[in-house]
Design a protein around this ligand. Structure first.
Ligand SMILES: NC(=O)c1ccc[n+]([C@@H]2O[C@H](COP(=O)([O-])OP(=O)(O)OC[C@H]3O[C@@H](n4cnc5c(N)ncnc54)[C@H](O)[C@@H]3O)[C@@H](O)[C@H]2O)c1
Ligand SMILES: CC(C)CCC[C@@H](C)[C@H]1CC[C@H]2[C@@H]3[C@H](O)C=C4C[C@@H](O)CC[C@]4(C)[C@H]3CC[C@]12C
Length: 430
């Protein structure tokens, strides 16, 4: 804080803060809520005051004292690909954290190693479709980062299940915030809320205000669009204690980085094919990608700023972006798979688009026919082909303008980290 305010400013700020915290406590007596931050129920005999605006000035690394660790965060889907990065990023970069609740259907064993640090890490095995489980996890949390979701564009889950997890699960999270007095909710949405649309219209370096005909048929983008709308409409709702809920939605493009399952699949497929992958999508089709560490960082940053900049950030959507280059899906993957020994073979003559579409339709037909017997869910289907084959890239600075987001990892860092992870995978082609 001293770095920000200077010595005199620090004293003045601290006095103002103490007085402000005292008033907030008085005001909140009896309703279980302290100035927007619900009071922690456990451990503390007296109510814990929010660090509020002053707290938001604290810098990473300044929080060795437990004095400043007051906040409880909940990350739903905290054991998923993105969720794990959000969890680790919060522990590294949110100095005000006292407890981090990690809520997921399947808990990862890696959570154990996090339990020895200064922040209490609470693993909660639960299901977002179960309202009572969500409410129990949310109660007493100051901030919820809702990243749990069923990411399925391959037909593995039924449309009903996708809807239950992504839409009903999000409703449960919102209602839990309202009922328990949690004021700050960040939702992990998706670029798919916008597009690519079923007409294959390109979205070329667009931003949050770029007009685009968003038409969805597939259950996954439909569910993400509905859930995002619910989250944004909930902004301003009164939560328990009488204060307004502040929400926002982040829309990552295709996320890549350590732990990315589809990258793993492509890598292993390449190994099976003798170190080769065959180009299916023209190099001219640009597909937006963003490094997982930067997506996690944007979540941490916006969560931190939701209170301070509630009027500006509340109810807003932000694309997740960084310095990753604009390339086709396959050329981009080769940035990592190439240095790990795979090569992309040009097959324009071997696999024209009509043939790919035929294969994709055949795959969909086979999936339908085999469903009573087994689950056949290859990467290629008419939907994934359409997504991969339609230019969709973003170019925006909205997150930078609204809450000071700058990518934490440069493209070189992101690339190096991802390559290191691919190389570490069993059976590296190197
Ligand atoms: N991967 C991407 O490229 C991408 C891009 C844009 C947005 N997103 C969004 O980011 C979020 C995280 O995606 P991801 O790629 O990390 O996926 P993921 O599947 O790795 O993670 C999702 C997590 O949610 C959990 N989960 C699923 N159903 C649940 C339920 N009923 N209750 C509790 N937890 C449940 C899963 O166990 C998993 O750990 C999702 O909301 C997704 O829509 C992902
Ligand atoms: C034509 C084939 C050879 C290649 C198939 C690639 C395909 C599996 C990839 C291409 C684009 C990928 C999607 C894209 O990166 C963005 C998202 C949004 C996110 O919310 C969920 C994941 C998803 C749909 C990616 C899934 C895999 C896709 C379709």
């Amino acid at each position: 804080m001293a770095r920000v305010l200077g010595t005199e400013g620090w004293r003045l700020g601290w006095c103002l803060f103490l007085e402000w915290a005292r008033r907030e406590e008085e005001q909140a007596e009896g309703d279980g809520v302290v100035a927007g931050w619900p009071r922690r129920r456990e451990k503390t005999a007296r109510p814990v005051a929010s660090l509020g605006i002053l707290g938001a000035w604290l810098q990473p690394g300044m929080a060795e004292s437990t004095e400043v660790r007051k906040l409880v965060y909940l990350v739903t889907g905290g054991c998923g690909f993105l969720g794990e990065h959000v969890v680790r990023m919060l522990l590294q970069r949110e100095p005000r954290l006292s407890e981090l609740r990690v809520f997921d259907l399947h808990l990862g064993p890696w959570l154990e190693e996090l339990k020895t640090g200064p922040v209490q890490v609470t693993a909660i095995q639960g299901d977002v479709t179960q309202a009572h489980e969500v409410a129990a996890a949310v109660a007493g949390a100051h901030v919820v980062i809702h990243a749990a979701g069923l990411v399925d564009v391959f037909g593995r889950a039924s449309p009903k299940t996708i809807h239950e997890v992504n839409v009903q699960g999000t409703k449960n999270v919102i209602e839990a915030c309202v009922q328990t007095g949690t004021r700050f909710l960040v939702y992990t949405s998706s670029m798919e809320v916008v597009g690519p649309n079923i007409k294959g219209h390109p979205f070329y370096r667009g931003n949050e205000d770029t007009p685009y005909e968003a038409v969805h048929k597939h259950p996954y983008p439909c569910s993400k669009a509905q859930a995002e709308r619910l989250v944004l409409e909930a902004n301003g709702r009164e939560v328990r204690g009488g204060l307004p809920l502040v929400t926002c939605a982040l829309r990552p493009t295709g996320i890549y980085g350590e732990g990315h399952q589809i990258m793993r699949d492509f890598y292993h497929q390449g190994l099976r094919l003798g170190g080769r992958l065959f180009r299916a999508i023209p190099a001219s089709v640009e597909h937006g990608r963003v490094y997982v560490g930067n997506v996690a960082w944007m979540h941490v940053l916006v969560a931190r700023e939701l209170e301070r900049r509630a009027a500006l950030v509340g109810g807003q959507v932000y694309f997740c972006y960084d310095e990753s280059p604009y390339k086709s899906y396959e050329d981009f993957n080769m940035e990592f798979l190439g240095p790990c020994g795979l090569r992309l073979v040009e097959t324009r003559l071997l696999a024209p688009y009509w043939l790919l579409m035929l294969l994709a339709v055949l795959n969909a037909l086979l999936q339908w026919l085999l469903r009573p017997l087994l689950l056949y869910a290859p990467l290629l289907n008419p939907y994934t082909l359409a997504v991969a084959n339609t230019t969709f890239t973003v170019s925006t600075d909205k997150a930078q303008r609204h809450f000071g987001y700058e990518p934490l990892f440069s493209w070189e860092d992101s690339r190096t980290r991802t390559i290191r992870w691919v190389r570490a995978m069993e059976g590296s082609a190197q």
